[in-house]
Design a protein around this ligand. Structure first.
Ligand code: FAD
Ligand code: FES
Ligand code: MG
Length: 279
């Protein structure tokens, strides 16, 4: 590997709105574990944003991220090509996924959450678990990481909102069916939109199935200093960046998280409009 640190080694579009970048970062790649994230800045005028590592290769000295282009920074990230470089990259951050043999684990993911879910399924499989994966997207063309997740799962269920592939409906329908079928499930892991994680946590609670969710509060420093990422867990304040991002889904105050994640909407809209107008 002859790339400089933070150079983009490979850039590709997984869907029209999802960019995957492989980045030279040997110091991060050698320590990275499933469930951890990085904070990156695209250019010297940019903001820091957190992105989960969708993969990491200590051998190649690279990490991989997949970003859904929803605002100014992720859209800017989506313009990068192989040979470009990032202004800054810090990691690995956050606590890794707890890797132990629980027995049977059901991993449930949706949308961009599928990129985040892949290393978790792989690591839990390596830890000896029986892995059942349930993956969903609005339509089949937006299903990402399907082959990768299938390769590391014992069982894969695909769902689409429009019925274009697999089950016509939601990932929660399939999880409910597994529970109704009396499948032996020790742990559920959910990663995706907040509403999806909340639905999954509410679904498993009456059955007392331990459920882990990966939270995405707004982060600024990512190292426990600014307080931006505070979340309420079992009535207590925790910091998503250092106490998480994974938490017990039955203890999360999802309403608080949803409200806090909307607190800069007006500024984000202006920023995106200015970025688009600047071409
Ligand atoms: P903006 O228009 O600025 O914001 C759009 C929305 O994104 C906001 O309303 C807010 O809810 C959220 N957001 C904005 N700024 C931040 C911030 N600094 N930190 C967190 N959320 C923010 N997205 C991916 O596409 N792929 C990932 O792998 C991924 N991993 C994440 C891991 C963690 C631990 C966290 C906390 C978030 C992760 N996200 C991931 C979400 C990602 O950070 C935001 O989508 C991104 O910061 C939006 O930036 P923007 O400027 O493009 O959009
Ligand atoms: Fe600043 Fe977590 S992002 S404390
Ligand atoms: Mg932004």
């Amino acid at each position: 590997m002859c790339a400089n640190v933070y150079d983009i080694v490979k850039a590709e579009k997984l869907t029209p709105d999802v960019t995957r970048l492989e980045i030279a970062a040997p110091h991060i790649a050698k320590k990275a574990m499933a469930g951890q994230f990085v904070m990156l800045t695209v250019d010297e005028h940019g903001e820091r944003i957190p992105l989960t590592m969708a993969d990491f290769s200590p051998e190649n000295g690279t990490i991989t991220i997949a970003a859904l282009e929803i605002g100014k920074t992720t859209k800017k990230l989506g313009t990068l090509k192989a040979g470009d470089s990032l202004f800054s990259l810090v990691g690995p951050l956050g606590l890794p996924t707890e890797l132990k043999n629980h027995g049977t684990v059901v991993c449930v993911g949706g949308g961009i959450g599928l990129a985040l879910m892949y290393p978790v399924v792989r690591a839990l499989k390596q830890a000896g678990n029986q892995m059942i994966s349930i993956i969903g997207a609005k339509t089949k063309d937006l299903l990402i990481y399907e082959d990768e997740i299938e390769d590391v799962s014992d069982e894969l269920h695909v769902c689409t909102d429009d019925g274009s592939k697999g089950h016509h409906g939601f990932v929660s329908d399939v999880l409910q069916k597994l529970i109704d079928d009396k499948r032996d499930i020790n742990v559920v892991y959910a990663v995706g939109p907040i509403i999806m994680m909340k639905v999954i946590a509410n679904l498993t609670k009456p059955y007392n199935i331990h459920t882990v969710v990966s939270l995405n509060p707004i982060m600024v420093d990512g190292t426990g200093m600014c307080g931006s990422c505070r979340v309420i867990i079992d009535g207590e304040t925790k910091f998503g960046c250092v106490d998480g991002p994974e938490f017990d889904g039955h203890k999360v105050d999802f309403e608080n998280l949803t409200a806090r994640n909307r607190r800069y909407l007006a500024e984000e809209e202006v920023s995106l409009r200015n970025f688009k107008e600047a071409g």
